[in-house]
Design a protein around this ligand. Structure first.
Ligand SMILES: CC(C)(COP(=O)(O)OP(=O)(O)OC[C@H]1O[C@@H](n2cnc3c(N)ncnc32)[C@H](O)[C@@H]1OP(=O)(O)O)[C@@H](O)C(=O)NCCC(=O)NCCS
Length: 194
């Protein structure tokens, strides 16, 4: 247990949806993270998840979450099934405080794909971002070869804004990113809050 854990209460949120509980990661999740995020399919369509997944990387990633949250730079959630507490994926917002905006990112373990879990989690995290964090804009990007992620963004209410040509380098290849965004006003109108 770290110094921070002893002295400062953990203020990180837990969100509940119909089928999911989105909670802070614990160090005891590291084995599941390594197994699920370590699948080649996850690395293939994400920018920063390596394959093979190095030993110890999951612990290091989980340890980074609390300071990131305390500094107002982001929030990470473990996506777990309400009924069984099974960890099925991860979702989070990386915040740029200067512009009061965040980038949404997520992955779901391969055995759990196409059950609507990413969509359910994304909707909850987007709502948390606007209602609780008071963000002005939430954006998200996917590789053109990953249309399933585009569907998640659409179903979370986001608008297609275009393609950033060869915007990132993955390995040795420059790749396009399809970019989506949602503004606070649009979210409020979608949810009937305005
Ligand atoms: C992208 C990802 C998060 C989707 O998770 P998921 O829980 O399966 O997503 P959902 O079930 O909520 O929604 C998937 C949607 O994509 C659709 N879909 C799945 N495969 C598809 C394909 N090859 N082409 C088009 N649509 C596809 C599904 O039909 C569903 O849409 P629908 O509800 O309109 O039918 C998951 O595949 C994943 O983790 N991939 C690897 C990591 C990754 O790419 N993360 C996102 C980086 S931007």
């Amino acid at each position: 247990m770290s110094f921070l854990n002893v002295l400062v209460p953990d203020r990180r949120p837990t969100l509940e949806t119909e089928r999911l509980i989105l909670r802070p990661f614990r160090l005891s999740d590291a084995g599941d993270v390594q197994r699920l995020a370590g699948a080649a399919e996850i690395s293939a369509t994400t920018l920063d998840i390596p394959h093979p997944y190095p030993r110890g990387a999951a612990e290091e990633w989980i340890r980074s979450h609390r300071p990131t949250f305390e500094e107002g730079l982001g929030v990470h959630f473990a996506i777990t099934l309400r009924e069984t507490e099974t960890l099925v994926g991860a979702i989070g917002l990386l915040i740029t405080p200067r512009h009061n905006r965040a980038e949404l990112g997520y992955w779901i373990g391969v055995p759990y794909w196409n059950n609507g879990y990413a969509t359910e989690a994304a909707r909850a995290v987007v709502a948390y971002g606007f209602r609780v964090l008071g963000l002005h804009r939430i954006c998200a990007n996917h590789f053109p070869r990953n249309p399933a992620s585009g569907r998640v963004m659409q179903k979370a209410g986001m608008t297609l804004e275009g393609t950033l040509r060869q915007h990132v380098k993955k390995g040795t290849a420059y790749e396009d990113l399809v970019t989506y965004g949602l503004l606070r006003d649009e979210f409020m109108r979608l949810t009937g809050e305005q």
